[in-house]
Ligand binder design. Structure first.
Ligand SMILES: *[C@@H]1O[C@H](CO)[C@@H](O)[C@H](O)[C@H]1NC(C)=O
Ligand SMILES: *[C@@H]1O[C@H](CO)[C@@H](O)[C@H](O)[C@H]1NC(C)=O
Ligand SMILES: *[C@@H]1O[C@H](CO)[C@@H](O)[C@H](O)[C@H]1NC(C)=O
Length: 526
């Protein structure tokens, strides 16, 4: 208590001594009401408690409150940006104040606002304590300020004439203007709500007939103006159904992407947020002039697939090893194309030796989209010594033949090189293989499922253990019990199931969930 109170008391003393306004307040309020507390500040941020939130809400028309916890790493990362945002807001004289609440130390507030994780940010507008808006914006200073600007001010600028419209279009790379004949229409509210959150575009709004005319419009339309590619894209508002926010949002995301995007850490989040199912990747070495010469042809094919296939360039000379790996490619393979459907994760390659031209790229896209190209599966080469050790090495290319051999019982560990649970069980697997190496009909094997894909099924978690019993019918059993030598041996000895006299509690105990962090099918990994 004393730690918080001391600076407050000092402040009050100073204010009382130096400021004439202290007197005035005392004179206006009835004497029985206690003097209002001064709220402490740290780095330009109000530090609130359950005593002072009410006061802060009365005093500040816009109040963004961060609920943090002292141990929370994301909160620490946010802190400098949050302070910088406070400084920017002050410099702009924007009517928003930033505040923070130590959630664990203020359980009443955490409970009142249903805060269960940190940081959680809530925006209180016009002192309304019961209906704060959840902060969903970026976690850096400029982004925070822009998110707030679109709430305390209009999210779209009203355009009255040609000059104003042109000035807005010229000032930004991406400008969205809503042309509405009636600004009282519900569609306008929809448009403004979308503009509050689409921070990477600037919004304008007009109902002026001369502006409709200038831009060749006769009906309500949302127009995206951009300083690249086609320059402009129109989204006519459906006269019967009105403006659908989902459709408009998809339209803006799709059309604000460049026709060809260079893959890097800045563009990859956009590439995956674009909700375009097919990605066509051109792998090339940007340091080679002969490779760069392929770019115009590639770009020429892009417009007709806008919204359907996203065209991406991957520089094999940059830090893109993980992308190459995902497609099972070596840098030497460049220049080459791959197409991936990010929903099914199916990958497609053009015929060997196809040159990269506008015509060949177009033909390849059409062929994949119309189902004429079979997806390819990743596989490593079969190592020459694959069957020399007790644990046999399987890859995509020998999997079918070994696992579905009707004369053998085959037990396979599907792993990922980075997976810790896989490493933990490796000794038990080796021991198991050693124990059964003289059993003619039993094979213990492993397969790196990040580098080898199978026709028969997709491996989702690591490790996955599957048992392929001898005999016809391509039977597959998944093993889900303890991964220790004793239990694994019992399973094998009992012909692919665990004996029922085992104490049921132990059997029923769930084995740890395999981590879902699989590179196979993970969008972030591309
Ligand atoms: C707070 O906002 C909600 C929703 O807009 C409204 O229903 C409520 O009356 C407001 N409360 C106050 C005190 O203004
Ligand atoms: C790309 O080309 C440059 C220039 O020839 C070469 O030095 C570099 O090794 C190449 N990069 C890759 C990954 O092959
Ligand atoms: C997830 O996978 C990446 C590599 O793809 C690895 O660096 C990371 O440590 C993994 N995380 C977990 C929790 O296994």
């Amino acid at each position: 208590m004393s730690r918080q109170l001391l600076p407050v008391l000092l402040l009050l003393l100073l204010l009382g001594a130096l400021s004439p306004w202290g007197q005035e307040q005392g004179a206006e309020s009835p004497s029985e009401e206690p003097p209002e507390e001064e709220i402490p500040k740290e780095d330009g941020i109000l530090v609130l408690s359950h005593h002072t939130l009410g006061l802060a809400l009365r005093e500040h028309r816009g109040l963004l409150v961060e609920f943090y916890a002292p141990w929370c790493g994301h909160c620490k990362a946010l802190a400098p940006e949050y302070s910088k945002a406070a400084a920017l807001l002050a410099a702009e004289s924007m009517a928003v104040t930033l505040a923070k609440v130590d959630g664990p130390a203020q359980p009443e507030l955490a409970e009142e606002f249903g805060v269960t994780e940190y940081p959680t940010l809530k925006f209180f507008h016009h002192g309304n304590r019961t209906h704060p808006e959840e902060y969903t914006g970026p976690r850096e200073a400029e982004g925070i300020v822009e998110w707030l600007r679109r709430r305390v001010g209009p999210s779209a600028r009203r355009l009255e004439d040609e000059e104003g419209a042109q000035a807005l279009i010229d000032a930004w790379d991406l400008v969205v203007i809503g042309f509405f004949q009636d600004l009282q229409d519900e569609d306008v509210a929809t448009f403004l709500a979308l503009a509050r959150d689409a921070l990477d575009m600037t919004f304008g709004l007009t109902d002026r007939p001369q502006l409709f005319q200038q831009f060749g419009l006769t009906k309500d339309t949302v127009v995206l103006f951009k300083k690249f590619d086609e320059g402009r894209a129109d989204f006519p508002v459906d006269e019967e159904l009105g403006l659908d926010v989902g459709d408009l949002s998809r339209f803006l995301v799709t059309h604000s992407m460049h026709l060809v995007t260079e893959f890097n850490s800045q563009t990859s989040p956009k590439i995956f947020a674009a909700r375009i199912l097919n990605h066509l990747l051109l792998f090339l070495n940007q340091s080679l002039a002969a490779h760069r010469e392929l770019l115009p042809g590639f770009g020429e094919a892009a417009p007709r697939f806008r919204g359907q296939v996203l065209f991406v360039v991957v520089d094999v000379d940059a830090d893109n090893e993980h992308v190459l790996q995902y497609f099972g490619l070596k840098a030497e393979a460049a220049p080459t194309l791959r197409l991936v459907n990010v929903e099914t994760t199916k990958k497609y390659a053009p015929a060997d030796g196809d040159p990269v031209t506008a015509a060949s790229v177009t033909a390849f896209c059409h062929a994949v989209l119309s189902g004429q190209v079979k997806p390819y599966l990743l596989s490593q080469e079969v190592p020459p010594d694959w069957d020399q050790r007790p644990v046999k090495t399987l890859v995509g290319k020998n999997f079918e033949q070994v696992a579905f051999d009707e004369t053998k019982n085959v037990f396979v560990k599907f792993y990922a090189p980075w997976c810790t649970h896989c490493k933990e069980m490796a000794p038990a697997w080796e021991a198991l293989a050693e124990k059964y190496k003289d059993h003619e009909d039993i094979i213990i094997a492993e397969l790196d499922a990040t580098a080898n894909e199978l026709d028969a099924f997709t491996v989702h978690g690591f490790p996955t253990l599957k048992y392929f019993p001898a005999g016809p019918g391509r039977k597959v059993l998944e093993y889900k019990s303890s991964r220790d030598l004793e239990t694994l041996s019992k399973f094998l000895d009992n012909g692919g199931e665990l004996p029922t006299e085992e104490p049921p509690e132990e059997l029923a105990a769930p084995s740890p969930e395999p981590p879902t962090n699989s590179t196979v099918g993970s969008k972030e990994e591309l």
